[in-house]
Design a protein around this ligand. Structure first.
Ligand code: FUB
Length: 336
């Protein structure tokens, strides 16, 4: 029997899933997660344990409906330029077409971003022959603004290779900034009208404190690590992301889609497992955080499960911090 979806519980249990990018398309909630594989291979800071090979699209008719798996939507074997590691994807709808954006390593072992298209939100998706020219690193997230301009945000440290692109070309030996230097920001580029290429050279997104000074590499509870997401609330742009080593989801706000963004605070406290990754979506008149943890596997970092919980704004536009394991919070959201 298919179970109804409940806040802070795994949305599916028949496979391991992570990195949920949720969208409302045609009145239905579609979720584009990574599909974690169960294996005993090497696990390290380079992320070699994340050996995903395909994507499944999930959907829910509404926020309490059962979560349906639509099956394999794209497989590594059908992506001509890619060699391995289908990491966190995102999707967008424009031009009567659904676009799936995803990172994968190319034949040289360098992370690139690819795009695949479908006439249906759940696929199957057909990959473009080549990766997006000029793309690099991981974790693409696409935001379409009210003026119909589409922006792609991406990047991730360590296994995500962002450090290696500081000069604009790939340097396999490059290290991240020193602790007293500004942290690396995610990258942003406007997408072309056909959504298949960058309209411009990606630029680094600046994240600053309330005093206007850049967040430093040493500020590991605030600095960008991976998993950027962009949403708009009350006319302001919210950039949220994982802090990696300190395991939080945090956010910063701007009046412009490309920033600079002013750091505001924590959305989600650490979850079970090393990684934390999310999306934020409005469903009818409520906002939801889709996230993952490793509870389904008893804490194995590369065997994760996706979940959701309600997200609440304060009247000044700040977001209330969520502790996903705080029992009364869990009970309250189940009752809502
Ligand atoms: O799922 C593989 C990687 O782990 C993602 O790309 C990162 O954001 C982290 O969740």
């Amino acid at each position: 029997m298919t179970k109804i979806a409940k806040p802070n519980e795994p949305l599916v249990t028949h496979m391991y899933t992570a990195d949920p990018s949720a969208h409302v398309f045609d009145g239905k909630i579609y979720i584009y997660p990574s599909h974690d594989l169960d294996h005993d291979g090497p696990s390290n800071d380079n992320g070699d344990q994340y050996i995903m090979e395909d994507y499944h699209v999930l959907s829910m008719d509404h926020i309490h409906a059962p979560c349906i798996d639509h099956g394999e939507a794209l497989h590594l074997r059908d992506i001509p330029w890619a060699s391995k590691q289908l990491w966190a994807p995102d999707a967008a709808y424009k031009n009567d077409t659904y676009y799936l954006y995803f990172p994968a390593k190319d034949k040289e072992g360098i992370f690139r971003l690819g795009v695949a298209t479908s006439s249906r939100p759940y696929g199957p998706f057909a990959a473009q022959e080549h990766y997006i020219p000029g793309s690099f690193s991981i974790d693409p997230a696409v935001f379409i603004d009210d003026d119909n301009k589409a922006y792609i945000y991406f990047g991730g440290l360590w296994g995500g290779q962002l450090e290696k692109w500081q000069t604009g070309t790939y340097d396999p030996n490059a290290e991240g900034p020193a602790p007293h230097e500004p942290a690396l920001g995610p990258r942003v580029a406007e997408l072309s009208d056909d959504m298949l290429t960058f309209k411009e050279t990606p630029q680094e997104v600046s994240i600053v404190g309330e005093d206007g000074r850049p967040i430093l590499a040493s500020e590991e509870d605030k600095r960008f690590f991976e998993g950027p997401w962009l949403h708009k609330y009350n006319g302001y742009y919210y950039l949220s992301y994982s802090t990696g080593t300190t395991h939080c989801l945090v956010y910063a706000i701007s009046e412009h889609p490309k920033g600079p963004f002013v750091f505001k605070g924590t959305i989600l406290t650490p979850v079970i497992g090393w990684t934390t990754h999310h999306s934020i979506v409005q469903v009818e008149d409520k906002w939801y955080l889709f996230y993952h943890d490793s509870s389904l596997s008893g804490g194995v970092n590369h065997k994760r499960c996706i979940k959701y919980t309600e997200l609440t704004y304060n009247s000044d536009g700040t977001i209330q911090t969520i502790d996903p394991y705080k029992q009364d919070e869990v009970m309250q959201s189940i009752k809502r």
